[in-house]
Design a protein. Structure first.
Lengths: 467, 211
């Protein structure tokens, strides 16, 4: 028998039975709920009078619609009150632990899962948000699901899913100075496009991946969905185990030792076959920034904007023209030097402690440009607390940033945090779609350090010049 | 919406052959703030309305003959972006019963079928043929959707095939409730967890149960 990939090992160990047509019934180890995609699922459960059989494998938070004001409560954001209240009532009714507003463990679903030791190597994690793939950074299969599937997991603790194909993306070379996990994944998007991973579970390998911190691996896996993949993962190693040890809900004592022994098997065997393999070299990559309205429209900050006149393919030319026009950019001009209006440092992609530290190291002793509004929104209440313990909040506030409470904020702009029409925002989140951060908002995705550099320069700029 | 068997129908097909139509475009975030927001109103809101909330005459669903479309013809990678199932709900509430595109994003594809919305794969050439004929003659927009035969036929009898995996076609035609189907396998789930508790006790003893 030939070897198996990491994905196959995890999937097979969760497979309860085949459901035909290439679909499997798989067990879900951890289910994390948030307020915007669960309400309708609970209503469906109630209508069918179905119980939740595994409440101890389930937890909930409030992150998407909550206000991020510093001294917030459920009334800070009247438009969110209904969903916030429903999450609390539904969790209580089913004995599900809620880390909601006011709880020290509240935060963005994909930040608190790893942070609380709920996401463990080799687990299958489901959540009603597409960036559940973040869990792959710890060697877990994180599966983003829709609301009907949230209801399915609540009622059965399982999912029925087509078994994805496997894709390995190998990151060759060594990232240059100032090149972060976010730059690497944006560079992969620019190289392979937003559909390369459709129908696939992606495993990230190679020296540039192994060199990443655990938090950097979470950032890479977070954006698997931007590559079209529902799943992305990185094999766990000693750094992963050290990251998880002693976290609130991680196994303890003898159970910890048993768990680590089993996690050591979680790697792709040398003779395993992938359905598809891709490789690219990251050693020449500059800090990355998106210029268009899909995540593959990304360039190095030292490069010029694309020029539709040079494009032979009509479809590509027209799409490029329309994106440049939406973004208010001049073809062919260098992207560096483009004036900006807003900066958003936050989201499940880049709002962990190391992200805030990276941004703070650029900001320290500098000031946000006069015409720029800049926000720092920690990924969780405990990230916020840890940052405050290190004095990062003072660095940001002294530099003219707004220091806010944890939540999704301007990543999804479903609360009151929005980018005004035609304003240009450098954001550390994961989506630059038209109107994502608000009607006619113009979004450029980058790393936290690049976003911090843009805030102080008042324009898109190469962070390596400030470092 | 669940549990309604899908029936063949004839309806107006709106051509929207852009690529990568994402879930944020299908249903913008402001329409997700409550559970009972009128999702039909929010469908493609930022394309459908101008800044003053008036209908944008250039958008296909505002054009004469297309206001009551029940079929959407879209470009590749339809439904990319997020997991928001409200994208499927908004289409269904608007009255769309079937979307045809050369490819769909994974999560949207699941969400569509779970809400009784047919997501049929159409070869790029077939999509181009339909769009061209609708653009040259609006009467060609009326199509018969035959799910059992997997064909789309227009008034002059011109027909193209689409594809849907067998199990999805049958589940749609029967109007299956997915949760009930899974619960039929409760014994298997129980047997799995019984053995798994021995293998991986740390999965089950989370500490979450202690409030
Ligand atoms: S930060 Fe953005 S991508 Fe992450 S969970 Fe929140 S809305 Fe989803």
């Amino acid at each position: 028998m030939s070897g198996r990939t990491l994905f196959e090992k995890i999937w097979d160990s969760h497979r309860i039975r085949s459901m035909g047509e290439g679909r499997d019934l798989i067990f879900v180890d951890r289910h994390i709920l948030q307020e915007t995609t669960s309400a309708t699922a609970f209503r469906g459960l109630a209508e069918a009078a179905r119980p939740v059989p595994f409440p101890a494998l389930t937890c909930a938070t409030q992150d998407h619609i909550v206000s991020t004001e510093l001294n917030r409560d459920a009334d800070s954001n009247p438009t969110g009150r209904e969903l916030i209240g429903l999450m609390a009532r539904n969790a209580a009714a089913h004995g599900i632990r809620l880390f909601g507003l006011g709880d020290t463990r509240q935060g963005i679903v994909h930040v608190i899962g790893p942070e609380l030791g709920l996401v463990l190597p080799g687990t299958i994690v489901a959540c009603g948000d597409s960036h559940t793939s973040t869990a792959g950074g710890l060697g877990a299969l994180g599966i983003g699901v829709g609301t009907s599937e949230v209801e399915h997991v609540l009622a059965t603790q399982t999912l029925v899913l087509p078994r994805p194909k496997t894709l390995r993306i190998n990151f060759e070379g060594q990232a240059g100075p100032g090149i972060t996990a976010k730059d690497l994944i944006l560079h992969a998007l620019g190289t392979f496009g937003i559909a390369v991973g459709t129908g696939h579970a992606i495993e990230y390998t190679g020296p540039a991946i192994r060199a990443l911190s655990v938090e950097g691996r979470l950032t890479v896996c977070n954006m698997s969905i931007e590559l079209g993949g529902r799943l992305g993962l990185i094999a766990p190693d000693e750094a992963t185990f050290a990251y998880i040890k002693d976290r609130a809900f991680a196994p303890k004592g003898a159970m910890w030792d048993r768990a680590v022994d089993s996690w050591k098997q979680l790697h792709t065997d040398a003779d395993a076959q992938f359905d598809r393999e891709l490789s690219f070299d990251v050693s020449q990559a500059a800090p990355q920034i998106t210029w268009g309205t899909t995540q593959q429209d990304v360039i190095g900050v030292d490069q010029p904007l694309p020029d539709p006149h040079t494009m032979a393919d009509r479809d590509l030319r027209e799409r490029t023209e329309s994106m440049l026009s939406y973004m208010g950019l001049t073809p062919g001009r260098p992207i560096a030097g483009t004036p900006i209006d807003m900066v958003f440092i936050g989201s499940c992609t880049n709002a962990r402690l190391s992200d805030l530290e990276a941004a703070a190291s650029i900001v320290r002793g500098r000031h946000v440009a006069r015409h720029v509004r800049a926000l720092v929104v920690p990924g969780s209440t405990s990230v916020k607390k840890a940052a405050e313990d290190k004095g990062l909040d003072r660095i940001f506030i002294d530099a003219g940033f707004e220091w806010r409470s944890a939540g999704c904020s301007m990543c999804v702009s479903i609360n009151e945090d929005i980018v005004p029409p035609n304003a240009r925002c450098v954001a550390t989140s994961n989506r630059n779609f038209e109107n994502r951060q608000g009607p006619r908002a113009r979004t450029h995705l980058s790393s936290p350090a690049m976003a911090a550099a843009a805030a102080v320069a008042g324009m898109i700029t190469d962070v390596r010049r400030l470092a | 919406m669940k549990g309604q068997p899908f029936e063949n129908f004839s309806g107006i097909a709106a051509p929207l052959p852009r690529k990568n139509i994402n879930t944020d475009a299908i249903i913008p975030a402001p329409y997700l703030r409550t559970t009972d927001t009128n999702l039909a109103t929010g469908l493609f809101a930022l394309w459908r309305y101008d800044d003053n909330g008036k209908a944008n005459p250039d958008f296909i669903l505002n054009q004469s003959g297309f206001e009551h479309s029940t079929i959407l013809l879209a470009g590749e990678n339809f439904g990319c972006g997020s997991s928001r199932e409200a994208a499927a709900w908004a289409l269904v509430r608007f009255g769309i019963k079937a979307v045809f595109a050369p490819s769909f994003a994974d999560i949207f594809y699941e969400n569509a079928f779970r809400n009784g919305l047919l997501a049929g794969i159409l070869a790029p050439q077939a999509l181009a043929t339909l769009v061209t004929s609708i653009n040259s003659d609006v009467a060609c927009a009326e199509l018969i959707v035959d799910l059992s035969g997997m064909t789309l036929t227009d008034r002059i009898g011109q027909s193209v095939s689409f594809s849907v995996p067998d199990f999805r076609r049958e589940a749609l035609l029967r109007g299956d409730d997915d949760i009930a189907t899974t619960l039929n396998h409760s014994d298997d789930i129980h047997a799995f967890t019984k053995a798994d508790r021995v293998q991986r006790p740390w999965i089950y003893e989370t500490g979450l149960e202690h409030q």
